[in-house]
Design a protein around this ligand. Structure first.
Ligand SMILES: [Zn+2]
Ligand SMILES: [Zn+2]
Length: 237
């Protein structure tokens, strides 16, 4: 599985994934021009775009991606929420899906699953290639209620650490209600460690940490902590 990051964080999210056979995007949170440039204008083989939820840092380029002819997948409830905001999302290229109902895209079998965020039906994705690789993607979730076996790649949010959040409240960098919102919408290092410890890591090859907060994260600490518990390379996007 090859994972390429076009951008990760509150200014925009977009990832390009391929198993050498099928190519997909996860998220399209930049304007289409930037996505095209990042991919050297090689988009004709992109078979789908999977979307976690409707916040603009994940869907900014969605209309243009659909107009280009790429099928985009999002939770059915989120699709309806988008149409309510803007009728142009009522497009046959936007596929409303349900958690735990798997579907095929080329050589990938994709299982969406529900995550915990502050929109109608946020999803994570388990992406299994016919070549045996198994990628777990999850972002913008403060908790994951499922555990997984046989994962080979993790592409997962590590937004903040509870310790840093507390320190930032003490020093006045962060106010209390914002801290509460973050704790109920984004994955902390501490919750990520609990989640990883509950998963079967026997086949894990590598981990990519995504969606780090600008002011509530510590890249070096996060990398070191996750590397220690997985025993495999960790990259920070
Ligand atoms: Zn969000
Ligand atoms: Zn986000």
């Amino acid at each position: 599985m090859k994972i390429n990051c076009i951008g990760s964080g509150s200014s925009g999210n977009c990832y390009h994934i391929t198993d050498g056979d099928t190519e997909i995007l996860i998220e399209c949170g930049f304007n289409f021009k930037k996505i095209q440039q990042a991919l050297n204008y090689q988009l004709k083989n992109i078979a789908a775009c999977l979307i976690s939820h409707r916040h603009s840092d994940h869907i900014k380029g969605l209309k243009e991606v659909m107009n280009y002819g790429i099928n985009c997948y999002i939770g059915e409830i989120e699709k309806q929420e988008l149409i309510e905001i803007d009728k142009r999302y009522n497009n046959f290229r936007l596929k409303g899906i349900q958690p735990l109902e798997h579907f095929r895209i080329g050589t990938f079998t994709i299982l969406p699953f529900d995550v915990q965020h502050d929109t109608g039906q946020p999803l994570g994705y388990l992406i299994q290639s016919d070549n045996g690789d198994k990628l777990l993607f999850a972002t913008d979730t403060y908790y994951i209620k499922y555990t997984f076996t046989g994962l080979t790649h993790l592409l997962i949010e590590c937004n903040n650490s509870i310790e840093i959040l507390n320190r930032n409240v003490e020093t006045g960098v962060l106010n209390h209600s914002l801290k509460k919102r973050i704790r109920k919408s984004h994955f902390s290092l501490e919750n990520l460690i609990d989640f990883i410890n509950d998963c079967d890591l026997s086949r894990l090859k590598e981990t990519y940490l995504i969606h780090l907060s600008d002011s509530n994260s510590d890249e070096a600490l996060f990398k070191k902590s996750i590397q220690r518990i997985t025993g495999r390379p960790v990259y920070v996007f």
